[in-house]
Design a binder for this molecule. Structure first.
Ligand SMILES: [Fe+2]
Length: 388
C-alpha cells in the first residue's frame, strides 16, 4: 500500500511524497492568485523554499516571500508579515516550515483582518470571539519538519516581547484549510533536528494520552502516533533519506497535534518558559524534560501507561516499561539527559517556575501543578534526578 492519501480529518490533507507539485492548484482551490509564502529566516536560505517558489511561478501564481521570522517567533515578526502581505497586495498565505514558520504564518493570516492588537487573541476565556473572521486570509500549510503538527493546529505560539512569555493565539479557523504533507521536504533535515522534532511529536501524543480529559477520539489517535514514533523515529534519524520512515513520522506529527486538542501537560509547561527566556529549541527542551515529567506523573496514570506498554509491545508492560523505553529512545537519539546541558542552571528556577505555573498547558496534566511542584521538576531535570 503506498504511503499516500487524501484525508479530510482533521482538515483536508494531501499526503504523500512529491505532492509539493500540487501547491499551485492547492492555492487556486482557495481562491489565491497572489499568495505570500511565510517561512523562517533559516529555512528561506535552503533550496526547499526556492524550489517551492519556482513551482508556484511555473504554475502561474505571483507568489511573494516573507521570511523575517526568527526561531521562537515574536509579535513584531507577525506584524512585519502583515505589513508585507498588505504591501504586496496578497490574497492568501502559504504557511511553510517547522513550528516557527507555520505558527508565524498562521498568525499573519489571522491578523491581516483584525483591528485589535495580536495579544488580544490569546487563548484565554472566550477571547477568540473577538476575532473578525471575515478578514482572515486563507492558508495552505506545508510542513517541512515532523514534530510541531502546527499544520493541523488551531493555534500559534508567539512570544510576547513585552514580558518574555510564550502566548497561545487561538481561533478555530486558524486550522489551515488545506495541508500538503510531503515527506520528501524533510529529507534534508539534519539528524539532530529530526530527533528533537520527532520527540516533540511524541510529547504531543504522550501528553494528550495521559491527559484526564474525556476525548476517546483523540485518545485513539494519540496511541497510534506513539507507536509510529517508536517504530520509525530511530530509522529516520539513522538514515534521513529513508522515505518510509520520513512518511510515518510526518503522519505521526500531524496525529500528535490532532490528539492534543485533549490537552498537553507539564512537558510543555516546563519547556515554554525555557524557550521564551533562553531561546532553547522547543523539541530539544521537550525531549530533555520528558522522562522527568513521565516519572512524576506515573502514579496518576499507571493503568493507562500499562495499556500503552501493551500496545507498544514492551516487555513486562507497566508505567516503568514506558519510562524505560523513553529513556532508551532519548539516549539512542543522542539527546542530553539534563537541562544543564542546554545552559539552564538552578539559578534560573525561581524565574521559570512561576512562568510554567501560568502556562495553559498545565491544565491537561494528570497530576495538579503549582509553582513549587514545577520548581522541583525543573531541579530534577537540571540535576538528573528521576522520581520514583
Ligand atoms: Fe510541542
Amino acid at each position: 500500500m503506498p504511503l499516500r492519501g487524501n484525508w479530510n480529518y482533521p482538515t483536508a490533507i494531501r499526503f504523500g511524497a512529491g505532492r509539493i507539485a500540487e501547491l499551485p492548484e492547492a492555492c487556486r482551490s482557495l481562491g489565491m492568485q497572489r499568495p505570500l509564502l511565510v517561512t523562517d529566516a533559516g529555512l528561506a536560505r535552503l533550496p526547499v523554499v526556492a524550489a517551492a517558489l519556482d513551482i508556484l511561478r511555473a504554475g502561474g501564481l505571483a507568489a511573494g516571500l516573507f521570511s523575517d521570522v526568527r526561531p521562537n517567533p515574536v509579535g513584531a515578526d507577525v506584524l512585519a508579515g502583515v505589513a508585507a502581505y498588505r504591501a504586496g497586495g496578497h490574497d492568501g498565505v502559504i504557511a511553510f516550515g517547522g513550528g516557527s514558520g507555520l505558527d508565524a504564518a498562521k498568525a499573519v493570516a489571522l491578523m491581516v483582518g483584525q483591528s485589535r492588537p495580536l495579544f488580544d487573541f490569546e487563548d484565554r476565556d472566550d477571547w477568540f470571539t473577538r476575532v473578525e473572521t471575515a478578514g482572515m486570509a486563507p492558508v495552505v500549510a506545508v510542513p517541512t519538519t515532523s514534530g510541531t503538527g502546527s499544520e493541523v493546529g488551531r493555534a500559534s505560539v508567539i512570544t510576547d516581547e513585552s514580558d518574555h512569555t510564550k502566548k497561545i493565539i487561538f481561533h478555530p479557523k486558524m486550522m489551515p484549510a488545506l495541508v500538503i504533507a510531503d515527506p520528501e521536504l524533510t529529507i534534508g533535515l539534519p539528524a539532530a533536528v529530526t530527533a528533537a522534532t520527532g520527540m516533540d511529536a511524541l510529547s504531543h501524543a504522550l501528553e494528550a494520552y495521559c491527559s484526564p480529559v474525556y476525548h476517546p477520539i483523540a485518545q485513539g489517535v494519540a496511541l497510534e502516533a506513539i507507536r509510529l514514533v517508536k517504530e520509525w523515529l530511530p530509522a529516520a534519524v539513522r538514515d534521513g533519506t529513508d522515505i518510509v520512515a520520513r512518511s510515518h513520522m510526518m503522519a505521526a506529527s500531524s496525529m500528535g497535534a490532532t490528539s492534543f486538542q485533549k490537552g498537553l501537560g507539564a512537558m510543555h509547561a516546563l519547556s515554554h518558559p525555557c524557550g521564551a527566556v533562553f531561546d532553547t529549541h522547543h523539541g530539544l527542551t521537550i525531549a530533555v524534560v520528558m522522562p522527568y515529567v513521565l516519572a512524576f506523573n506515573r502514579p496518576a496514570v499507571e493503568a493507562r501507561l500499562t495499556a500503552l506498554a501493551r500496545y507498544l509491545d514492551l516487555p513486562a508492560p507497566s508505567g516503568r516499561a514506558v519510562l524505560e523505553w523513553v529513556l532508551r529512545l532519548r539516549a539512542e537519539l543522542g539527546i542530553p539527559e539534563r537541562l544543564a546541558a542546554l545552559g539552564i542552571g538552578l539559578e534560573a528556577v525561581a524565574r521559570l517556575a512561576p512562568m510554567a505555573a501560568a502556562d495553559p498547558s498545565c491544565g491537561g496534566n494528570p497530576r495538579p501543578l503549582d509553582a513549587p511542584t514545577l520548581a522541583r521538576l525543573y531541579e530534577d531535570a537540571i540535576e538528573g534526578r528521576l522520581a520514583g
